[in-house]
Ligand binder design. Structure first.
Ligand code: FE2
Length: 362
């Protein structure tokens, strides 16, 4: 179930009751938990709330997931609600998955996930989640329909406090979901139409949101875009762009959206030979005039326009800006060869190709 609109948080209790949830365990990060968004959400849950986990962290370290599992079990929660960005929502999904694996031993097992996003990661509508082994610096990404949130509630009022840089990076993540869906092998016409509509929303409203973060209409339009971007990601899957970002995120604990902004134009450039239609469709959205240009030249212009769009949002532009050593790139490329997303890329990716993309992004 998807709910979108200002003030919808006030009805979250009845939405959850419809799903049969009676004991809510809220999973979020420290700043949301202690601020007015957390207070408003807790108030909306009323008597359904049995506890709050306020220590979610980027890339979902497995220790964090284990803590949520332990506490949710001891509180006999029957729904885990992720509030915030991809990390708390991903933590709720990972913990729910683990609880289902543990099965029937012990107290009742929560099997419902609900999500209340305040960023544009799209995690609230996908079956995708990741956990990170901090000792080995490895992120594993899984899919399971068991943990796709049964309720995704978008209340733009809750996003008004989301900082501009976080809006920018997660908005670029949503744009990357659209781009990868446009050339994914599994995408049909419906997904492509939705991906283009979402990309249009994001390109129009993300810069406005960054400039004017407390504008409710901007926040509403961005949720429309990020929701559809998430829905197409759930259907069409990911490619080399996300594969590389997942490896880099697990290794260097860099924010997923920031990595997206750096890597996207370069991953797109690699895919020019197989993305002719995708880039012709994207061109007008990004303000590129395609008449008279051959496929390769048009593809190049679309990649440049994507880089310009990211730059306009004030995001970091190079991997070196994040302190990632150039000497590590060959082993990043090596690890990327094991990524399902890299293997699913419509243009086959060799280790040398992955290294070239990474070097260009460095
Ligand atoms: Fe993503």
């Amino acid at each position: 179930m998807i709910v979108l609109g200002p003030g919808t948080i006030d009805n979250v209790g009845s939405e959850l009751a419809e799903l049969g949830a009676t004991r809510v365990y809220l999973v979020t990060g420290p700043s949301l938990a202690s601020g007015r968004v957390g207070a408003r959400v807790r108030r909306a849950f009323g008597g359904l709330l049995v506890g709050t986990y306020a220590r979610s962290r980027p890339h979902v370290p497995s220790e964090t997931m284990d803590e949520v599992v332990r506490e949710a079990r001891s509180l006999r929660a029957d729904v885990l609600v992720g509030l915030g960005g991809g990390s708390p929502i991903g933590t709720a999904k990972a913990a729910a998955f683990r609880l289902q694996q543990l099965g029937g031993s012990g107290p009742p097992v929560p099997c419902i996930v609900a999500a209340i996003p305040t960023t544009y990661s799209g995690s609230e509508v996908t079956p995708v989640f990741g956990t990170t082994d901090l000792e080995r610096h490895r992120k594993s990404v899984l899919r399971s329909d068991l943990v796709r949130p049964r309720l995704a509630l978008y209340d733009p009022e809750l996003a008004l406090d989301t900082p501009p840089d976080l809006s920018a990076s997660t908005g670029v993540n949503a744009l990357a979901h659209c781009v990868e869906a446009l050339y994914a092998k599994d995408a049909g016409d419906d997904e492509r139409t939705m991906a283009l509509r979402a990309a249009g929303r994001i390109v129009e409203f993300l810069p406005r949101t960054v400039r004017d973060p407390r504008n409710l209409l901007n926040r509403y339009r961005m949720f429309e875009g990020s929701m559809e971007a998430g829905l197409v990601l759930a259907k069409a899957g990911m490619g080399v762009h996300h594969g590389l970002c997942h490896v880099l995120g697990g290794r260097y604990n860099a924010p997923h959206g920031v990595l997206n902004g750096i890597v996207l134009p370069h991953a797109m450039r690699f895919n020019i030979p197989i993305a002719t239609t995708a880039y012709r469709d994207l061109a007008p959205i990004l303000g590129v005039k395609g008449e008279g240009l051959g496929d390769a030249a048009l593809g190049e212009e679309v990649c440049k326009a994507t880089a310009t769009f990211v730059r306009g949002l004030g995001l970091p532009r190079r991997l070196r800006d994040l302190g990632i050593p150039r000497g590590d790139l060959p082993s990043v490329a090596e690890e990327a060869m094991e990524s399902k997303s890299v293997r699913a890329n419509p243009r086959p990716v060799t280790r040398a190709d992955a290294l070239r993309i990474l070097e260009a992004a460095w």
